[in-house]
Design a binder for this molecule. Structure first.
Ligand code: PLP
Length: 371
């Protein structure tokens, strides 16, 4: 059996009629940019995230860049964040002339360690950006407590955690702003690029609506510096509205697969993801850890199972970002980059495929234990 790591086409095939209808409605409407589909999707997604405001933008990286700009972050300001992602957050920080300040992540949750924030705060700190990595929310109450103590706003990177909850609150409803990606592999994915920013603050919402269209207050009249052209397409918005209706069901399937893996792989020696009490993870990725990563990945590849590494090089090790390496060590970030790998976990996997992945992983584990 061959099990892919992901397969965008399967999701399209399952929702083909609804998606095709939505696309045709947009095509026939003649409204292709910032029209009724974006407006209604923004309202629906805001409702889903339990916030009053949502602004659709071009992609998740722009969402971070625009969100930071709306918080007043700019040239020479510092943003405290993590170094264990695939880089977009840092790219967005650097794009506006700001400076990423990395703190280490927790060994178990792999999310920003709130106890390490205080030491990273300086008079130039203008924002704190935790990432809800792999579908598990960061410890927002602890992060917000430190941030509020210093009057610093928090921007949530929710690219991997649509619908996740902690202590009853949705990801994207807690920070001053929150940035979402709708890249096709995400839990809520478009048929191309897309993104959104959520906020509870009407002033920020109004500001963002200008920033995403060149800083225009009205057509051809700009009043905001640092405006961009970053708009969610009508077609993508119409498709996202369809997929939003199925999001809870597809999350439930991801969780079901994760639970099955947890049960089946309990005695393999792999370090499995854990969800702290009070948290509802949405398993954007199912990430395990092993000192024998190479052997696992090679063994699984031979068995026909595709795996991947999220992420192989911490941001502060990337040659262009090395100058932002902090004076303190990011021990967990570095160790995890050497040990993590991800098993296939997407909603359209069949039961037979999921069983096969678990079986193949157990078989490889036996050979590793024997060496
Ligand atoms: C944690 C994180 N932040 C931000 C992004 C950026 O999103 P996009 O690819 O839509 O720009 C991604 C996805 O690639 C991501 O995984």
């Amino acid at each position: 059996m061959q099990v892919p790591f992901g397969d965008f086409k399967r999701q399209y095939m399952e929702l083909q009629r609804e998606i095709d209808d939505a696309m045709h409605r947009v095509l026939q409407s003649g409204a292709y940019v910032l029209g009724p589909s974006v407006k209604s999707f923004e309202a629906e997604f805001a409702g889903y995230c339990q916030v009053p405001f949502c602004v659709g933008v071009g992609n998740g990286t722009d969402a971070i860049q625009l969100g930071l700009t709306a918080l007043g972050v700019g040239q020479g300001d510092e943003v405290i964040t993590v170094a264990n992602t695939g880089v977009p957050g840092t790219a967005a920080i650097v794009a506006i002339g700001a400076i990423p300040v990395f703190v280490d992540v927790d060994a178990t949750t792999r999310n920003m360690n709130p106890r390490l924030i205080e030491q990273a705060i300086t008079p130039r700190t203008k924002a704190i950006m935790p990432v809800h990595l792999y579908g598990l929310m960061a410890d927002m109450p602890a992060i917000i407590a430190v941030a509020q103590g210093h009057g610093i706003p928090v921007i949530e990177d929710v690219a991997q955690a649509h619908g996740a909850r902690a202590h009853g609150s949705r990801a994207g409803s807690i920070g001053a702003v929150a940035a979402f990606s709708f890249y096709p592999s995400k839990n809520l994915g478009a048929i191309g690029d897309g993104g959104a920013i959520t906020t509870n603050d009407q002033t920020i919402d109004t500001h963002l609506r200008k920033l995403r269209v060149y800083g225009w207050e009205r057509k051809y009249y700009s009043i905001e510096e640092f405006g961009m052209n970053s708009r969610l397409d009508e077609i993508q918005a119409a498709i996202l509205a369809v997929k939003l209706r199925h999001l809870d069901a597809s999350t439930a399937r991801r969780v079901q697969i994760a639970r099955y893996y947890a049960e089946q792989l309990a005695h393999t020696g792999l370090i499995l993801p854990t969800t702290p009490t009070g948290y509802e993870a949405v398993y954007h990725l199912y990430v395990v850890e092993s000192a024998h990563r190479e052997a696992y990945m090679t063994g699984l590849k031979t068995a026909g199972v595709t795996t991947d590494i999220h992420y192989p090089m911490p941001t502060h090790y990337q040659p262009i970002y090395q100058r932002y390496a902090p004076v303190w060590k990011l021990e967990n970030t570095v160790r995890q980059s050497e040990t993590v790998f991800s098993l296939p976990n997407f909603p359209e996997l069949s039961d037979a495929e999921v069983e096969y992945v678990a079986h193949a992983t157990r078989q490889v584990a036996k050979t590793i234990k024997g060496t």
